[in-house]
Design a protein around this ligand. Structure first.
Ligand code: ZN
Length: 326
Protein backbone atom coordinates (compact mmCIF):
# COMPACT_ATOMS: atom_id res chain seq x y z
CA UNK A 1 0.00 0.00 0.00
CA UNK A 2 1.21 3.48 -0.86
CA UNK A 3 2.44 5.21 2.32
CA UNK A 4 -0.20 7.80 3.14
CA UNK A 5 -0.51 10.84 5.38
CA UNK A 6 -3.92 11.89 6.63
CA UNK A 7 -3.20 15.60 7.06
CA UNK A 8 -6.34 16.32 9.09
CA UNK A 9 -7.51 14.03 11.89
CA UNK A 10 -8.42 14.32 15.58
CA UNK A 11 -6.92 11.72 17.93
CA UNK A 12 -7.34 12.31 21.64
CA UNK A 13 -6.87 8.85 22.99
CA UNK A 14 -3.61 6.92 23.11
CA UNK A 15 -4.31 3.37 21.95
CA UNK A 16 -1.83 0.69 20.93
CA UNK A 17 -4.51 -0.94 18.76
CA UNK A 18 -4.88 2.35 16.94
CA UNK A 19 -1.12 2.73 16.34
CA UNK A 20 -1.02 -0.87 15.10
CA UNK A 21 -3.73 -0.04 12.57
CA UNK A 22 -1.74 2.96 11.33
CA UNK A 23 1.29 0.70 10.86
CA UNK A 24 -0.72 -1.98 9.11
CA UNK A 25 -2.25 0.54 6.68
CA UNK A 26 0.98 2.55 6.38
CA UNK A 27 -0.77 5.75 7.40
CA UNK A 28 0.65 8.71 9.33
CA UNK A 29 -1.44 11.55 10.69
CA UNK A 30 -1.51 15.22 11.50
CA UNK A 31 -3.57 15.47 14.67
CA UNK A 32 -5.42 18.73 14.89
CA UNK A 33 -6.37 20.58 18.07
CA UNK A 34 -9.29 22.98 17.79
CA UNK A 35 -11.35 25.05 20.24
CA UNK A 36 -15.09 24.59 19.72
CA UNK A 37 -17.21 25.55 22.73
CA UNK A 38 -20.14 23.56 21.30
CA UNK A 39 -18.35 20.25 20.76
CA UNK A 40 -17.67 17.97 23.71
CA UNK A 41 -13.97 17.34 24.20
CA UNK A 42 -12.91 20.41 22.20
CA UNK A 43 -13.92 23.20 24.62
CA UNK A 44 -10.39 24.12 25.72
CA UNK A 45 -6.99 24.13 24.02
CA UNK A 46 -4.75 23.06 26.94
CA UNK A 47 -6.15 19.56 27.57
CA UNK A 48 -6.05 18.83 23.85
CA UNK A 49 -2.44 19.97 23.63
CA UNK A 50 -1.53 17.66 26.52
CA UNK A 51 -3.31 14.72 24.89
CA UNK A 52 -1.91 15.41 21.42
CA UNK A 53 1.61 15.49 22.88
CA UNK A 54 0.98 12.19 24.65
CA UNK A 55 -0.25 10.62 21.39
CA UNK A 56 2.69 12.12 19.46
CA UNK A 57 5.16 10.51 21.87
CA UNK A 58 3.35 7.19 22.28
CA UNK A 59 3.08 6.82 18.50
CA UNK A 60 6.80 7.63 18.11
CA UNK A 61 5.97 10.65 16.03
CA UNK A 62 3.64 8.84 13.65
CA UNK A 63 0.86 11.11 14.83
CA UNK A 64 2.27 14.62 14.33
CA UNK A 65 0.30 17.41 15.93
CA UNK A 66 -1.10 20.85 15.24
CA UNK A 67 -1.76 23.17 18.17
CA UNK A 68 -4.33 25.93 18.48
CA UNK A 69 -5.32 28.92 20.58
CA UNK A 70 -8.55 30.25 21.97
CA UNK A 71 -9.29 33.61 20.34
CA UNK A 72 -12.14 34.53 22.69
CA UNK A 73 -10.16 37.18 24.63
CA UNK A 74 -8.72 38.85 21.53
CA UNK A 75 -9.73 42.29 22.78
CA UNK A 76 -7.74 42.04 25.99
CA UNK A 77 -4.32 43.74 26.09
CA UNK A 78 -1.35 41.54 25.19
CA UNK A 79 -3.47 38.94 23.39
CA UNK A 80 -1.05 38.44 20.50
CA UNK A 81 2.05 38.27 22.73
CA UNK A 82 0.37 35.77 25.07
CA UNK A 83 -0.78 33.66 22.14
CA UNK A 84 2.66 33.62 20.52
CA UNK A 85 4.25 32.57 23.84
CA UNK A 86 1.68 29.77 24.18
CA UNK A 87 2.27 28.58 20.61
CA UNK A 88 6.04 28.70 21.10
CA UNK A 89 5.66 26.25 23.99
CA UNK A 90 3.70 23.91 21.69
CA UNK A 91 6.42 24.18 19.01
CA UNK A 92 8.97 23.13 21.65
CA UNK A 93 6.74 20.11 22.24
CA UNK A 94 6.85 19.27 18.54
CA UNK A 95 3.72 20.93 17.14
CA UNK A 96 4.19 21.42 13.38
CA UNK A 97 1.28 23.76 12.68
CA UNK A 98 -1.45 25.91 14.22
CA UNK A 99 -5.18 25.79 13.61
CA UNK A 100 -7.66 28.66 13.48
CA UNK A 101 -11.35 27.94 13.51
CA UNK A 102 -14.72 28.98 12.12
CA UNK A 103 -15.64 30.73 15.39
CA UNK A 104 -13.60 33.50 13.71
CA UNK A 105 -16.11 34.87 11.21
CA UNK A 106 -19.16 32.96 12.42
CA UNK A 107 -19.40 33.44 16.16
CA UNK A 108 -17.06 35.79 18.02
CA UNK A 109 -18.22 39.38 18.35
CA UNK A 110 -16.37 42.39 19.66
CA UNK A 111 -17.65 44.42 22.59
CA UNK A 112 -18.77 46.95 19.98
CA UNK A 113 -20.84 44.24 18.30
CA UNK A 114 -18.69 43.55 15.22
CA UNK A 115 -17.92 40.00 14.13
CA UNK A 116 -14.27 39.05 14.44
CA UNK A 117 -12.91 38.21 10.98
CA UNK A 118 -9.80 36.25 9.94
CA UNK A 119 -8.20 39.39 8.48
CA UNK A 120 -8.53 41.31 11.75
CA UNK A 121 -5.23 43.09 12.49
CA UNK A 122 -5.13 41.45 15.92
CA UNK A 123 -3.97 38.21 14.22
CA UNK A 124 -1.21 39.80 12.12
CA UNK A 125 1.58 39.49 14.72
CA UNK A 126 0.56 35.86 15.32
CA UNK A 127 0.65 35.03 11.61
CA UNK A 128 3.99 36.88 11.26
CA UNK A 129 5.35 34.75 14.12
CA UNK A 130 4.22 31.53 12.42
CA UNK A 131 5.90 32.61 9.22
CA UNK A 132 9.13 33.48 11.06
CA UNK A 133 9.12 30.04 12.73
CA UNK A 134 8.32 28.24 9.44
CA UNK A 135 5.06 26.84 10.82
CA UNK A 136 1.94 26.18 8.78
CA UNK A 137 -1.50 27.64 9.48
CA UNK A 138 -4.51 25.35 9.18
CA UNK A 139 -7.51 27.60 8.56
CA UNK A 140 -10.98 26.20 9.04
CA UNK A 141 -12.83 29.34 8.04
CA UNK A 142 -16.55 29.41 7.14
CA UNK A 143 -18.53 26.25 6.53
CA UNK A 144 -20.22 24.33 3.72
CA UNK A 145 -22.85 26.41 1.93
CA UNK A 146 -25.41 24.06 3.46
CA UNK A 147 -24.90 25.94 6.74
CA UNK A 148 -26.62 29.00 5.26
CA UNK A 149 -29.52 27.03 3.76
CA UNK A 150 -32.51 25.24 5.26
CA UNK A 151 -31.84 21.65 6.36
CA UNK A 152 -31.76 19.37 3.32
CA UNK A 153 -31.74 15.61 3.84
CA UNK A 154 -29.99 15.21 0.45
CA UNK A 155 -26.95 17.24 1.58
CA UNK A 156 -23.83 15.44 2.86
CA UNK A 157 -23.94 17.98 5.72
CA UNK A 158 -27.51 17.36 6.82
CA UNK A 159 -26.58 15.28 9.88
CA UNK A 160 -24.09 17.84 11.15
CA UNK A 161 -26.41 20.84 11.00
CA UNK A 162 -29.34 18.86 12.33
CA UNK A 163 -27.35 18.02 15.45
CA UNK A 164 -25.33 21.27 15.62
CA UNK A 165 -27.86 24.11 15.36
CA UNK A 166 -25.29 26.54 16.84
CA UNK A 167 -23.41 26.29 13.56
CA UNK A 168 -26.45 26.22 11.29
CA UNK A 169 -26.23 29.79 10.04
CA UNK A 170 -29.65 29.58 8.42
CA UNK A 171 -31.00 29.83 11.98
CA UNK A 172 -28.78 32.86 12.69
CA UNK A 173 -29.43 35.31 9.86
CA UNK A 174 -27.71 38.13 11.79
CA UNK A 175 -24.34 36.42 11.31
CA UNK A 176 -22.01 37.28 8.39
CA UNK A 177 -22.60 35.72 4.99
CA UNK A 178 -20.31 33.01 3.67
CA UNK A 179 -19.07 35.41 0.96
CA UNK A 180 -18.11 38.03 3.55
CA UNK A 181 -16.18 35.48 5.60
CA UNK A 182 -14.33 33.97 2.62
CA UNK A 183 -13.47 37.45 1.36
CA UNK A 184 -11.88 38.21 4.74
CA UNK A 185 -10.00 34.90 4.53
CA UNK A 186 -8.77 35.84 1.06
CA UNK A 187 -7.57 39.24 2.26
CA UNK A 188 -5.67 37.48 5.02
CA UNK A 189 -4.01 35.22 2.41
CA UNK A 190 -3.05 38.25 0.34
CA UNK A 191 -1.61 40.09 3.33
CA UNK A 192 0.60 37.19 4.43
CA UNK A 193 2.03 35.90 1.15
CA UNK A 194 4.83 33.97 2.83
CA UNK A 195 2.64 32.22 5.39
CA UNK A 196 1.73 28.68 4.31
CA UNK A 197 -2.02 28.28 4.77
CA UNK A 198 -4.00 25.06 4.41
CA UNK A 199 -7.68 25.72 3.90
CA UNK A 200 -9.38 22.93 5.84
CA UNK A 201 -12.33 21.13 4.29
CA UNK A 202 -11.54 22.25 0.71
CA UNK A 203 -11.22 25.78 2.06
CA UNK A 204 -15.02 25.80 2.50
CA UNK A 205 -15.40 25.85 -1.31
CA UNK A 206 -16.83 22.36 -1.34
CA UNK A 207 -19.43 22.71 -4.08
CA UNK A 208 -17.27 23.79 -6.98
CA UNK A 209 -13.59 23.08 -7.54
CA UNK A 210 -13.43 26.14 -9.84
CA UNK A 211 -13.75 28.32 -6.73
CA UNK A 212 -10.70 26.62 -5.23
CA UNK A 213 -8.77 26.92 -8.51
CA UNK A 214 -9.43 30.66 -8.57
CA UNK A 215 -7.86 31.05 -5.11
CA UNK A 216 -4.93 28.80 -6.01
CA UNK A 217 -4.18 31.05 -8.97
CA UNK A 218 -4.36 34.17 -6.81
CA UNK A 219 -2.61 32.92 -3.65
CA UNK A 220 0.45 30.70 -4.15
CA UNK A 221 0.71 30.29 -0.35
CA UNK A 222 -2.64 28.48 -0.22
CA UNK A 223 -3.42 24.75 -0.28
CA UNK A 224 -6.49 22.80 0.84
CA UNK A 225 -7.23 19.52 2.58
CA UNK A 226 -10.10 17.19 1.75
CA UNK A 227 -11.15 16.55 5.36
CA UNK A 228 -14.81 15.57 5.63
CA UNK A 229 -15.45 16.82 2.08
CA UNK A 230 -14.69 13.80 -0.09
CA UNK A 231 -18.45 13.26 -0.60
CA UNK A 232 -18.68 16.85 -1.91
CA UNK A 233 -16.11 15.91 -4.56
CA UNK A 234 -18.13 12.80 -5.39
CA UNK A 235 -21.13 15.03 -6.14
CA UNK A 236 -19.27 17.12 -8.74
CA UNK A 237 -18.68 16.05 -12.35
CA UNK A 238 -15.97 13.38 -12.39
CA UNK A 239 -13.97 14.79 -15.33
CA UNK A 240 -13.90 18.24 -13.78
CA UNK A 241 -12.68 16.96 -10.41
CA UNK A 242 -10.02 14.82 -12.13
CA UNK A 243 -8.77 17.76 -14.19
CA UNK A 244 -8.64 19.95 -11.08
CA UNK A 245 -6.70 17.41 -9.00
CA UNK A 246 -4.23 16.88 -11.84
CA UNK A 247 -3.73 20.58 -12.64
CA UNK A 248 -3.32 21.50 -8.96
CA UNK A 249 -1.52 18.31 -7.97
CA UNK A 250 0.82 20.21 -5.61
CA UNK A 251 -1.96 21.99 -3.72
CA UNK A 252 -4.41 19.41 -2.36
CA UNK A 253 -3.69 17.31 0.74
CA UNK A 254 -5.50 14.16 1.70
CA UNK A 255 -7.36 14.57 5.00
CA UNK A 256 -10.30 12.80 6.61
CA UNK A 257 -11.43 14.62 9.77
CA UNK A 258 -11.72 11.21 11.45
CA UNK A 259 -11.84 11.27 15.23
CA UNK A 260 -10.75 9.07 18.09
CA UNK A 261 -12.29 10.67 21.14
CA UNK A 262 -11.05 10.01 24.68
CA UNK A 263 -14.19 8.12 25.71
CA UNK A 264 -14.57 6.02 22.53
CA UNK A 265 -13.99 2.28 22.33
CA UNK A 266 -11.00 2.04 19.97
CA UNK A 267 -12.20 -1.24 18.38
CA UNK A 268 -15.29 0.52 17.03
CA UNK A 269 -13.42 3.62 15.96
CA UNK A 270 -10.87 1.49 14.10
CA UNK A 271 -13.57 -0.04 11.93
CA UNK A 272 -14.81 3.43 11.00
CA UNK A 273 -11.29 4.65 10.19
CA UNK A 274 -10.47 1.62 8.07
CA UNK A 275 -13.74 1.85 6.16
CA UNK A 276 -13.21 5.51 5.40
CA UNK A 277 -9.61 5.06 4.27
CA UNK A 278 -10.79 2.23 2.00
CA UNK A 279 -13.67 4.26 0.54
CA UNK A 280 -11.38 7.21 -0.16
CA UNK A 281 -8.78 5.00 -1.82
CA UNK A 282 -11.45 3.51 -4.02
CA UNK A 283 -12.58 6.99 -5.03
CA UNK A 284 -9.20 8.61 -5.70
CA UNK A 285 -7.07 5.67 -6.86
CA UNK A 286 -9.33 3.18 -8.68
CA UNK A 287 -11.88 3.17 -11.48
CA UNK A 288 -14.28 1.03 -9.48
CA UNK A 289 -17.95 1.83 -9.25
CA UNK A 290 -19.46 1.99 -5.78
CA UNK A 291 -22.54 3.22 -3.99
CA UNK A 292 -22.41 6.28 -1.80
CA UNK A 293 -25.53 7.72 -0.15
CA UNK A 294 -27.77 6.11 -2.75
CA UNK A 295 -25.71 7.24 -5.74
CA UNK A 296 -23.37 5.39 -7.99
CA UNK A 297 -19.87 6.84 -7.88
CA UNK A 298 -17.08 6.02 -10.32
CA UNK A 299 -13.53 6.23 -8.95
CA UNK A 300 -11.24 8.96 -10.32
CA UNK A 301 -8.27 6.64 -11.01
CA UNK A 302 -5.77 9.46 -10.59
CA UNK A 303 -2.28 8.87 -12.05
CA UNK A 304 0.29 7.33 -9.69
CA UNK A 305 2.47 10.43 -9.38
CA UNK A 306 -0.58 12.58 -8.55
CA UNK A 307 -1.68 10.08 -5.92
CA UNK A 308 1.76 10.14 -4.33
CA UNK A 309 1.63 13.90 -3.99
CA UNK A 310 -1.97 13.96 -2.80
CA UNK A 311 -1.53 11.19 -0.27
CA UNK A 312 1.91 12.08 1.06
CA UNK A 313 4.37 14.46 -0.57
CA UNK A 314 2.13 17.51 -0.38
CA UNK A 315 1.72 17.03 3.38
CA UNK A 316 5.50 16.76 3.82
CA UNK A 317 6.02 19.93 1.79
CA UNK A 318 3.16 22.03 3.16
CA UNK A 319 3.62 20.91 6.77
CA UNK A 320 7.38 20.67 7.34
CA UNK A 321 8.35 18.75 10.46
CA UNK A 322 6.14 15.66 10.19
CA UNK A 323 8.70 13.29 11.70
CA UNK A 324 7.12 9.85 11.82
CA UNK A 325 6.71 9.72 8.05
CA UNK A 326 10.31 8.61 7.25
ZN1 ZN B 1 -11.39 18.73 11.75
Amino acid sequence: MLPRIDAHAHVFQSSQAFYAMLDRLNVRLVNICVVDKHDRGYEEAAPQHARALEVFKASQGKVAWCSTFDPQDWESPGFAERTIALLDRTFKDGAVAVKIYKSIGMELKSRAGKYLMPDDPVFSPIFDALEARDKTLYAHIAEPSAAWRPLDPASPHYGYYKSNPDWHMFLHPERPSKEAILSARDRMLARHPRLRVIGCHLGSMEENVDEIARRFDLYPNFAVDTAARVPDLMLQPREKVCAFLIKYQDRVLYGTDLELKPWERPEEALKRWEAEFARDWKFFATDEKFQYAGREVLGLALPGNVLQKFYRQNALRWVPGITGAK
